[in-house]
Design a protein around this ligand. Structure first.
Ligand SMILES: *[C@@H]1O[C@H](CO)[C@@H](O)[C@H](O)[C@H]1NC(C)=O
Length: 253
């Protein structure tokens, strides 16, 4: 083999390899899924992501608990396409779910709401058969979340205690990125401090600054690219537990 032939082979191999890894962010991963047996057939208010009442209605109840994909709370709010493999019962498309909880049973990656579990089926009869199986083989992949006409929304947690302790949850994160850090910024001096992820999608701080507050969010994609997003709207200085604030921004992609 000549040197130029060798180079060509190396070049072609590199190219093939890159092509492969490119398409594979869209590849399906084989796994197993079960469903919540004796809860609501839809979402849950008590999921480990801390979404509260929002967790019961988000994505029309097509939600799931994740085991490893929970990623210590970073995976909260991520969307996955989940389709089961049984050709007699399962549709090609499967169902798109949002992660709202942490949990696993019998080596499953997902514990779906029973609504979402049934929606992997071709029709109602097939859904009944699928539910009777309880645990099924599936394939999944991450997909962008979509909340038409919604901005990222900050819900002040009911456990907050004005002005000493601020906890909030982030709702309606679109797209396919993770929120990996959150800063709370005082809006006059623009001094910021990093918040703690208490659990799930809940961020907390003792002694929050006074005055209007800006919640900056760090978005990270699967390649490790990171972008800080500063909302258009601030949290007003007189924030109260239970309040809901529209951030005025949305992240698509
Ligand atoms: C989202 O925020 C923009 C301002 O940035 C605002 O004009 C729009 O009305 C908001 N959308 C909703 C649905 O609240």
């Amino acid at each position: 083999m000549t040197c130029s032939q060798l180079f060509f082979i190396l070049f072609a191999a590199t190219f093939l390899f890159m092509g492969n890894s490119d398409t594979c962010s869209d590849c399906f991963t084989p796994s197993r899924a079960s469903y919540y047996p004796n809860s609501d057939d839809r979402g849950t208010e008590t999921g480990r992501c801390g979404y509260g009442t929002f967790g019961a209605t988000i994505n029309s109840g097509d939600v799931s608990a994740a085991s490893d994909l929970y990623r210590d709370g970073v995976g909260c709010g991520a969307c996955y396409q989940v389709k089961c493999s049984n050709m007699n019962y399962c549709s090609d498309k499967g169902v798109n779910v949002v992660i709202t909880d942490h949990g696993s049973s019998h080596n499953t990656d997902f514990i779906l709401s029973s609504r979402a579990f049934g929606r992997m089926a071709q029709n109602t009869d097939a859904a009944a058969s699928l539910l009777a199986l309880g645990i099924v083989d599936i394939e999944y992949r991450r997909v962008p979340c979509s909340y038409p006409n919604k901005n990222i929304t900050i819900k002040i947690d009911d456990n907050s205690n004005y002005p000493h302790y601020l906890a909030f949850v982030i709702w309606y994160q679109q797209g396919k990125k993770d929120i990996t850090s959150v800063q709370l910024c005082e809006t006059q001096s623009y001094e910021c401090k990093l918040l703690d992820r208490s659990y799930g999608a809940v961020w907390t701080t003792t002694s929050p600054p006074s005055g209007p507050l800006s919640v900056r969010m760090l978005f990270s994609d699967e390649n490790g690219d990171e972008t800080w997003i500063t909302p258009v709207n601030d949290i007003p200085s007189n924030w109260k537990p239970g309040d809901i604030y529209d951030s005025g921004v949305q992240v698509i992609a």
